[in-house]
Ligand binder design. Structure first.
Ligand code: WTA
Length: 686
């Protein structure tokens, strides 16, 4: 356990203090979908997992499950074994008899002069079935195959996910802001047969040529002996191909043309066992390579349906807008699967929230009557900075405001509550991870008091606690920080890591095995947290090599290996640096090999290498060249010291270093470099 990254009591005190609790508005509580504690009581772990039947009952099954939970091979838990279902039937078909005309997505293009597209459940069904038919008939895809989707925030993305799900094909969505090379890595790791992309899309008023980036992914695959059977390209505007990169035959296809050749609007759904895979979502972790978080069907869908209903309080009459990107887990669970399984209406927005100006979200919300808004602290901070009074000028009707992805500091929380929510809306801070499928900690919005800065108590069915470095549980109210762990399995937890079962156990279950004496299976989140006497948790941040930039998870090891790929770089280390908007930005320290004569030239080359390997989102705030990085005698780079020095804090005990003199050099270099990079960039993709 990397104990040097669990904050000490002094460090915690630097964070915000305990805030008073605020009760949810009574108007909200009166209409909330959870109005009493019966769900929570039924799901108390002392009763075993049986009550999760209520979650499975939110779904439509082709064949009933035999048991609620098979826990015979921990930590590989299997939920609702024997049950069969199809995810696309749950997201679409079952709503058609009564709600075919209900809007599934109001698609808002970034270009404000372009009309909003209203995609009904019937229309969604038509598009999904036709694409599924094409994938089945023309490309012979079968259940269990993998397909990579490299698509922006347009209806074609949920359509492609659901077309895969209809066939039992496992989708792997790569965030469209990632580089082609990052997409290539994920295609190879998942052994995808096809890549589906788009010619391009609009972001901050600029045309992003996505097909050109997809070409890079294809080249990358080829160089690693992975042959894609096809590259399928949607056109952002049908019949109007806009990429600079031509369609190359054989193997590359424009989807508009292929889909026109499909005559049927129906493709028979393939029934899947509850624990068959639904998707892979790559996420950064403790080692260099991103890992494929592999989610199943029945458990995952039941968890996202239940949390969408109970935590987001989503109802069919709501207009719900989640501003996350579907290329991250929040979009999978809370733009696609959760809302669609409940038959809800969502807004899908293509572009930057503050494009062309900071009032855009409030115009969209007013115009479409958005009742539930879901976004990240980074977006809230950015909008507040641009114009703190703006939301008040719009007649918005929010009843619930959700935040996710990073800790929200009380100041930002209060602005969200007062200015965006007019004090009428309830605020829900949801804490969870790619691996967990859906929310773990959050207040039940109609019942629990809100506490700014705290994600809240564990949800019904979740047993959370914090642990010290020996693996001992710390009691609530101890005032100490510990590693956050979850004691019992829950249906949303991923099946495992794609192609790497050992890594699943090692990464998530070994760290808290320590000190137990016997087998115990506690899921380790790798986040540090405090646990207040009232049972609320406050998340302090990651204790591993993950850096949370604008609510997006980046692996410092991935950035370091990109830096080391530049000829002449001897060492590289990344640390998070506090940022007023994004929470944190990466600072990249490098040292040059002795033979390098123009070491300063390495700085731009390293920044470029990181952007090419991962994407503009990982662009270092600064690349800082030093002659030597602080190291232990065994040669381990001391990131803790780099982090402290970068923040202008004391370096702590440096006597054990092999090169204590490096610390003052680092301090000088940081001073110079940060003076030259005072403000952060505004968009992670630009
Ligand atoms: C962080 C995103 C504080 C945390 C859903 C976690 C949060 C990582 C919160 C997972 C929150 C997420 N408060 N921190 N409400 N939500 N985090 O996998 O460090 O992209 O481990 O999933 O984001 O990021 P991921």
């Amino acid at each position: 356990m990397p104990t040097d990254l669990v904050p000490s009591a002094d460090e915690i005190a630097v964070h915000w203090r305990e805030e008073p609790r605020i009760d949810p508005p009574t108007d909200f509580s009166r209409q909330a979908q959870v109005r009493d504690r019966s769900l929570q009581e039924a799901l108390d772990p002392s009763h075993g997992p049986e009550a999760f039947r209520a979650y499975a009952d939110l779904l439509t099954w082709d064949r009933p499950y035999d048991r609620v939970l098979d826990a015979s091979q921990p930590p590989f838990y299997r939920w609702f074994p024997g049950g069969q279902l199809n995810a696309s039937v749950n997201a679409i078909d079952r709503h058609l008899p009564d709600a075919a005309d209900r809007i599934a997505y109001h698609f808002v293009p970034e270009d404000e002069s372009a009309p909003v597209e209203h995609v009904s459940y019937a229309e969604l069904s038509r598009r999904v079935n036709r694409l599924a038919r094409l994938l089945q008939d023309r490309f012979a895809l079968v259940a269990g195959d993998r397909v990579t989707l490299y698509l922006p925030m347009v209806p074609e993305l949920p359509v492609a996910m659901l077309a895969c799900a209809r066939l039992g094909v496992i989708h792997s969505v790569v965030f469209s802001g990632f580089s082609g090379k990052a997409a290539g890595d994920r295609i190879v790791d998942s052994n995808s047969r096809l890549l589906i992309t788009m010619d391009g899309y609009s972001r901050g008023g600029q045309w992003v040529d996505l097909k050109a980036k997809a070409d890079q992914a294809v080249v990358d695959c080829r160089s690693r002996n992975h042959r894609l059977e096809g590259l399928l390209v949607f056109e952002r505007t049908p019949h109007h191909y806009r990429s600079e990169s031509p369609i190359r035959t054989p193997g590359e296809f424009i989807l508009t043309d292929l889909l026109e050749g499909i005559s049927q609007d129906f493709c028979k759904p393939v029934s899947r066992e509850s624990n068959d895979g639904l998707f892979i979502m790559y996420s950064s972790g403790t080692t260099g390579r991103p890992k494929g978080c592999f989610h199943g069907t029945g458990g995952y869908l039941s968890w996202v349906a239940a949390t969408t209903r109970y935590v987001l309080d989503l109802k069919p009459q709501d207009i719900y807008w989640c501003m996350a990107d579907i290329g991250w887990i929040t979009g999978h669970s809370y733009i696609v699967y959760g809302p669609l399984v409940l038959g809800a209406t969502s807004v899908l927005y293509e572009g930057l929230p503050h494009w062309p100006d900071a009032a855009r979200p409030w115009r969209i919300s007013e115009h479409l009557g958005v009742t539930i808004l879901h976004t990240s602290p980074t977006a809230i901070r950015a909008l507040r900075r641009l114009d703190p009074d703006l939301p008040q000028r719009y007649a918005t009707a929010f009843r619930l405001l959700c935040t996710v992805g990073e800790p929200i500091e009380p100041e930002t929380w209060h602005w969200y509550h007062e200015t965006v929510g007019h004090r009428r809306a309830v605020i829900v801070d949801t804490y969870w991870q790619t691996e967990t499928g859906g929310h773990l900690l959050a207040t039940l919005p109609g019942l629990d008091a809100m506490k700014p800065g705290s994600a809240g108590p564990p949800l019904p069915g979740i047993t959370a606690a914090i642990y010290d470095e020996t693996g001992r549980k710390l009691p609530p109210g101890s005032g100490r920080a510990g590693l956050l762990g979850i004691e019992h399995p829950w249906p949303g937890l991923m099946l495992g890591i794609w192609n790497d079962p050992d890594r699943f156990r090692k990464t998530y279950f070994d760290p808290l095995q320590k000190g137990a004496g016997s087998d115990r299976w506690i899921y380790c989140t790798h986040d540090a947290a405090t646990w207040s006497a009232d049972g609320y948790f406050r998340i302090l941040g990651r204790t591993d090599d993950v850096i949370n930039v604008a609510g997006h998870r980046l692996g410092s090891k991935e950035m370091e290996s990109a830096a080391l790929s530049v000829a002449g770089v001897a060492e590289a280390a990344v640390v998070p640096y506090p940022d007023p908007v994004k929470g944190a930005v990466p600072l990249l320290f490098i040292s040059a090999q002795a033979i390098v004569s123009h070491a300063n030239d390495l700085v731009p080359a390293v920044a470029q290498a990181v952007v090419e390997a991962i994407g503009p989102i990982a662009r270092p705030h600064a690349v800082i060249l030093v002659s030597d990085l602080p190291k232990t005698r065994s040669g381990k780079i001391m990131r803790r010291i780099l982090r402290a020095v970068a923040r202008g804090e004391e370096a702590g005990d440096v006597t054990t270093l092999a090169n204590p003199e490096s610390v003052s050099q680092v301090r000088d270099a940081v001073g110079k470099s940060l003076a030259a990079h005072p403000t952060p960039t505004s968009d992670e993709r630009s």
